[in-house]
Design a protein around this ligand. Structure first.
Ligand code: SAH
Ligand code: SF4
Ligand code: F3S
Length: 463
């Protein structure tokens, strides 16, 4: 294989990006490229980038600078993802050794762009003008985990929250047909997948272009496929969160008992400045639907601290919301001003020092809540999907249906294989994880003689 037909890809950002990369890898392999794990061995180096906060974007340019050292060996560089779409052709000026700049709404054109790259073109762009209605669907997805996999059901965003780059980097909101989603899930189940996770910037804003199924009906249809044991979905937008989603979870055991519902702020005043299109009360109404379910549904959220105009009293309302809801995890971020967004020009008199203090107060409060609330699982037996083995601690690691990390022992030297489901009794609880013992030593599990390597912990948010 010639060096030019090898590629290396590095991925930043949310699950959408991780899954896009799986589709890009499959597309490249289809075009005769082979993936390598060391950039030094690659003819083509790709970067799938994120620009949700300034730090994420800086990381990309920092890595691009490092790549400069590899120049002069006939290597080609491409920048994909949200920074590519946001910065466009300016990337060529900043990093002249880059020959390809393509945002996610252009990936369908990748085979054509690759052909131009091979023909020696040096400034190839695939940039979106928020016009495309197409989604990136391919049967050549190179999924990295054989047991659980992502399915993007809706791309883009039309919500335009005041602080957020996503509507500018991911194009307009567009859904796949329910038939095509069900077909993909069926193929995955037939080839051994037992867990799927629906993805979308706002997954529950899904609108079937064929008009056949609502989001909740699509969840149920996939949850009822033979062989399917777990169906997850992320991220839900509070404005589009409807009661039938809770009813679907209640009625369908394969739908996981977890909802990630980003609130961003506990103050209606700040929510209005953010253009979130719901109030604290409306958000709490949705939470009350979730709490009224027959199954206990775990709730997690995202919060932005220090949005322009946030007062001490606003912040206090976010802190009290934590106690009122009782989240199992909170992903809190300090507000980061982003290019092109309306909040960039909003007056902001809160000193950065005060913003980081607020973030710390919030995280300390939440940790205390979780320290106490995770205790409710003590003694419970829960089904855990095996994800790996941690040899240092001698523990198998896995996840519960509520998406909690469970570390457990089996009482056997031979570890259960990844992808197995085992009943585990919880013997100890921490603010972010549970510890337990497999019931019956995990006797029913298929064994793996070679201890598996622990998976990386995933980012639990999506952009
Ligand atoms: N579509 C989802 C989440 C989008 S992005 C939603 O609307 O809820 C993922 C998370 O990044 C957001 O929930 C938000 O908390 C955070 N985020 C987005 N833009 C940000 C910014 N400019 N500064 C800080 N955090 C931000
Ligand atoms: Fe869209 Fe979510 Fe960003 Fe709002 S925060 S613009 S809903 S991706
Ligand atoms: Fe980042 Fe784009 Fe996702 S900005 S969080 S990679 S949608």
């Amino acid at each position: 294989m010639s060096a030019s037909k090898t590629f290396y890809i590095e991925t930043f950002g949310c699950q959408m990006n991780a899954h896009d990369s799986e589709k890009v890898v499959g597309t490249l392999e289809r075009q005769g490229y082979a993936q390598v794990v060391d950039e030094a061995d690659a003819g083509l180096i790709l970067y799938n980038t994120c620009s949700i906060r300034d730090k994420a974007e800086q990381k990309v340019f920092h890595r691009l600078n490092e790549y400069k050292k590899l120049q002069g060996e006939g290597k080609k560089f491409g920048v994909l993802g949200c920074v590519a779409q946001q910065e466009g052709e300016a990337i060529f000026d900043r990093a002249p050794y880059v020959s390809l700049v393509a945002g996610s709404a252009s990936y369908r054109k990748l085979p054509e762009m690759l052909a131009r790259l091979e023909a020696g073109e040096t400034r190839i762009t695939g940039l979106d003008d928020r016009q495309t209605d197409e989604t990136f669907e391919t049967e050549f997805t190179a999924r990295t985990n054989p047991h659980r996999g992502y399915i993007t059901i809706i791309e883009g965003c039309d919500k335009f929250c005041a602080y957020c780059v996503v509507p500018y980097t991911r194009g307009k909101e567009r859904s796949r047909t329910s038939d095509s989603v069900i077909e993909e899930a069926r193929r995955m189940a037939d080839s051994g997948f037992t867990e799927v996770q629906f993805l979308g910037q706002n997954v529950n804003s899904y609108r079937d272009p064929s008009g056949k199924k609502s989001f909740a009906e699509l969840l149920v249809a996939v949850g009822e496929l033979p062989g399917m044991r777990r169906v997850r979905f992320t991220t839900s937008h509070p404005r589009d969160f409807t009661r039938d989603i809770v009813e679907a979870i209640d009625a369908t055991p394969t739908l996981c008992d977890h909802v990630h519902l980003p609130v961003q702020s506990g103050s209606s005043q700040v929510l209005s400045l953010m253009a979130r299109e719901y109030t604290r009360e409306q958000y709490l109404e949705r939470i009350s639907w979730i709490k009224a379910a027959r199954r206990e549904i775990s709730m997690t959220t995202d919060i932005i601290v220090g949005f322009p105009g946030e007062t001490d009293a606003d912040f206090e309302q976010t802190v009290t919301l934590l106690g009122e809801v009782g989240y199992d995890a909170v992903f809190a971020f300090q507000y980061s001003p982003r290019p092109n967004t309306p909040s960039l020009v909003m007056p902001d008199s809160t000193p950065p020092q005060m913003k980081s203090e607020r973030l710390q107060i919030l995280m300390d409060r939440q940790r205390e809540i979780q320290r106490v609330s995770y205790g409710r699982h003590l003694g419970e037996v829960m089904e855990v999907m095996v994800e790996g083995y941690n040899p240092q601690r001698g523990q198998v690691t896995g996840r519960s249906s509520q998406n909690k990390t469970v570390n457990f022992t089996t009482g056997s030297l031979i570890q259960p294989a990844k992808g197995n489901y085992l009943p585990v009794r919880i013997t100890q609880t921490f603010p972010n994880s549970l510890v337990g013992e497999a019931v019956n030593g995990g006797a029913n599990a298929a064994a793996s003689a070679i201890p598996c390597i622990q998976n990386e912990v995933e980012a639990a948010f999506i952009g």
